[in-house]
Design a protein around this ligand. Structure first.
Ligand code: ZN
Ligand code: ZN
Length: 263
């Protein structure tokens, strides 16, 4: 008993205990999420998905790769289609002027080109869920800068058979991060996809529109007046239009579309 070994062991136990008490008191003072974020950052530092260098804070993308993303800087304010000229005031494209979509506004900060398309296909076809978090972070950053907040976030639902085949909904995986970062609740139950319209990529815009007529249903008890629907990529906008139409039928006044990339 006693001796230097025992003294050293007792000292180590006391130090360990004090460290636990100190960490716990910090957590209590500053709020769990801030400290948990710091601890997570220290244990799992962000790494760039595109080049493996260090990421920036919690974002799995380095500064240089961030600046290489194809930005959708000049686009239609309603459908986010890239415009050939940079206008001084926000403009609608010719298509939106002739056939107004049912949604009111679109945010699509990037174009569907490399390397952003790599992030989207990695999520969709190779189940790279870290890509969903990154896409959600990138989208949320743009929305924080420019927008008033909708009451609910609605990821565009997949038809149940497509959901079973894929095992997840990529729009929902991206929406989880956007919802967390912007503190907007996710609604996964009010909208359903009734028609399985897969795959649409070979169809013309007009055929897509016909194919999607009455593709979605919204519960009649839906009360929100301002919502944002969310998806990974917008090609013609036909899917967003169909869902926005169903939402407006139950009394929604403003439908925004939040999309990672515009094709
Ligand atoms: Zn990088
Ligand atoms: Zn447009």
């Amino acid at each position: 008993m006693g001796g230097p070994a025992f003294a050293l062991k007792s000292w180590a136990i006391v130090v360990h205990f004090r460290l636990i008490v100190f960490t716990h008191s910090l957590l209590m003072k500053k709020g769990d999420s801030a400290w948990l974020k710091l601890i997570t950052q220290a244990l799992f530092p962000a790494t760039c998905i595109l080049c493996n260098r260090a990421g920036v804070q919690t974002r799995d993308l380095c500064d240089s790769c961030y600046h290489s993303l194809p930005k959708n800087t000049s686009c239609c304010l309603q459908c986010a289609e890239a415009l050939p000229i940079v206008y001084a005031t926000p403009m609608r494209c010719g298509r939106c002027q002739h056939h107004q979509p049912a949604f009111d506004y679109t945010i699509a900060p990037f174009l569907y080109q490399e390397p952003l398309s790599y992030l989207v296909t990695g999520l969709k076809f190779r189940k790279q869920f870290t890509h969903a978090r990154l896409l959600g972070q990138l989208l949320a950053e743009q929305i924080q800068l420019t927008q008033t907040r909708p009451e609910l976030l609605l990821p565009i639902p997949l038809h149940p058979s497509r959901y079973r085949a894929r095992g997840f909904n990529q729009a929902l995986e991206i929406a989880r991060t956007v919802s967390q970062q912007l503190h907007i609740p996710l609604d996964l139950y009010s909208c359903k996809r009734k028609k399985n319209t897969s795959p649409q990529t070979q169809l013309s815009a007009q055929k897509r529109q016909q194919n999607l007529t009455n593709a979605f249903s919204v519960v009649p008890t839906f009360t929100a007046k301002h919502v944002a629907i969310l998806d990974d990529v917008m090609t013609t906008g036909a899917t967003s239009h169909a869902l926005a139409l169903a939402l407006k039928k139950v009394g929604v006044q403003r439908v925004e579309v939040w999309i990672c990339a515009r094709a």
